[in-house]
Design a protein around this ligand. Structure first.
Ligand code: BES
Ligand code: MN
Ligand code: ZN
Length: 504
């Protein structure tokens, strides 16, 4: 599937072949390296920039065929724009844009020179982040496209190699290996899972794939329907009862903390492999997108893989509830009342508000069994969060200000932003039911918030955060570093949150 360019880090020296890439500041200034080219050539570049009116605008490019006297075939100038102090996320995006230009210009082998350009980030960080962005950009999900064509996202041209030249190549190589390679694997796993259609990735197959992650050093436990019945997870089971496939709770354990008994962090995900709405069936338009309703679980799986690959020094429990929400003679009805594992009763008003039912039992089980120090869940939970925040931020709901601040901070650092939403008793009372302890929908207003209140009723005092990722995990806005429908959102965010707050 995704074959990304082999990235190497080397000392600065002019290449013998391929394409030479220079980053150009917005004032048209070339990096010092260009001075090493002979005078005539320097003039050639300046002239080309003038003629083509290339001014170094952000992510603009100018491709030149080099004169016969030079060994490399082409020179590619890439604009850095006018931002005087790009963040690491900006450098990543630049890496993504560079890969995009290489792909559309069909440049298979190239050498990029990174040396003191601008801003406060070190050359080493700049080089590693460019490499990371370039790799994320190249992901594509084309396993079901049997005919080769050149349209974006279809099988076709691939970049073979990208050599990044910088002063401290060996250090950058280590930085890149340590920080980014295991992260990329996890992000690609999450994207793959979200992109996979539901006839392939139903709960049965998904549980099997998760089992396969034992090879990464994760301890995997799959609870099937029989086990879930015994645990009284009737909220989760009710959602899956109209499906021909089983329902599961998959638990992935990573034990990397120096004190092996240290309380774990817990990350919980919604894994609705397909959400038809059930008896409260959805309209036909766009229903195909509901193959991505397991996006929260995909993030958890990708994250656990990343933590295992980089041997994170922390204990983390990943838990995902895997079900399929189908209409059927045996499916759950509106008006049904179920008792969740917590012992609380729930009146089902709308069978399409199923994610919170799955999470209610998954959250309760996780805190009950593992007593985590912090619990974070991710879910493509509501359309309402997209009404509120569009597709740029995930919604953050949290019972703990410190945890909320940490997540907002990690969101900024990784370019996976979250926006904190309000919670409180005035919202909570909207889900009181006349027949049961609560109902599974709260009416027309504040739909993302009442969904969060429902989850909170299944969490005790544990510091807890809920990320509603309906707008950012699937059908995602294409960006410099992601051209895929399934974005893998949250793997970087939570990996960063763990590294910054629980491994130092
Ligand atoms: N999976 C959906 C939410 C969703 C919608 C995710 C669009 C991604 C894109 C969720 O299960 C759902 O159906 N929510 C309902 C809740 C309503 C019935 C209270 C919604 O948001 O409309
Ligand atoms: Mn639904
Ligand atoms: Zn759903």
């Amino acid at each position: 599937m995704t074959k990304t360019a082999k990235i190497t880090f080397e000392k600065i020296s002019l290449p013998k072949s391929g394409t030479l890439i220079f980053l150009v500041a917005s004032d048209g200034k070339l990096p010092g390296m260009a001075n090493d080219l002979d005078q005539a050539y320097d003039k050639f570049i300046s002239k080309a920039m003038k003629v083509a009116q290339f001014s170094g605008k952000s992510s603009s490019s100018l491709e030149l065929v080099s004169p016969a006297s030079l060994s490399y075939g082409r020179i590619l100038l890439i604009g850095l724009g006018s931002n005087d102090d790009p963040s690491l996320v900006d450098w990543r995006k630049l890496g993504g844009s560079i890969a995009g230009i290489l792909l559309s210009n069909k440049i298979d082998k190239s050498t990029l020179i990174v040396e003191t350009i601008k801003g406060n980030a070190s050359d080493n960080e700049v080089a590693a982040n460019i490499a990371h962005g370039a790799t994320l950009r190249q992901y594509k999900f084309d396993k079901y496209q049997t005919k080769s064509n050149d349209k974006d996202g279809s099988p076709g041209f691939e970049i073979t190699s990208l050599s990044i030249q910088c002063e401290e190549a060996a250090k950058v190589k280590k930085l890149y290996q340590d920080q980014f390679v295991s992260l990329q694997t996890g992000v690609f796993t999450a994207r793959d899972l979200v992109n996979e259609p539901a006839n392939v990735l139903g709960p049965d197959e998904y549980a099997k794939r998760i089992k396969g992650l034992a090879k990464e050093g994760l301890d995997i436990e799959i609870l099937d329907e029989k086990a879930l019945k015994k645990l009284k997870m009737n909220a989760l089971l009710g959602v899956g009862q109209g499906s021909r496939q089983g329902s599961y709770l998959a638990v992935m354990k990573w034990n990397g903390a120096p004190k092996s008994k240290a309380a774990p962090l817990a990350i919980v995900g919604k894994g609705v492999c397909f959400d038809t709405g059930g008896i409260s069936i959805k309209g036909a338009g766009g229903m195909e997108d509901m193959k991505g309703d397991m996006g929260g679980s995909a993030t958890v799986v990708g994250l656990m893989q990343t933590l295992a690959k980089r041997k994170a020094k922390v204990n983390v429990i990943g838990v995902v509830g895997l079900v399929e929400n189908m209409p059927d003679g045996l499916a759950q009805r509106p008006g049904d009342i179920v008792t969740s594992m917590s012992g609380q009763t729930i009146e089902i008003i709308n069978t399409d508000a199923e994610g919170r039912l799955v999470l209610a039992d998954a959250l309760w089980y996780t805190q009950d069994k593992y007593n985590p120090s912090h619990m974070i869940n991710l879910a493509t939970l509501t359309g309402a969060i997209m009404v509120a925040l569009g597709k740029e931020h995930a919604g953050l709901f949290c019972n703990n200000d410190e945890l909320a601040d940490q997540l907002v901070h990690s969101g900024k650092q990784t370019g996976e932003p979250v926006w904190r939403m309000p919670m409180g008793s005035a919202y909570d009372k909207l889900i009181n039911s006349q027949f049961a302890d609560m109902k599974n929908t709260g009416g027309r207003w504040g739909g993302a918030i009442t969904a969060a209140q429902f989850l909170e009723r299944h969490v005790n005092k544990t510091p807890w955060a809920h990320l509603d990722i309906a707008g950012v995990a699937m059908a995602s806005t294409k960006s410099a570093i992601n051209q895929s429908w399934g974005s893998g959102y949250g793997v970087d965010l939570l990996n960063n949150w763990i590294a910054e707050n629980h491994e130092k």
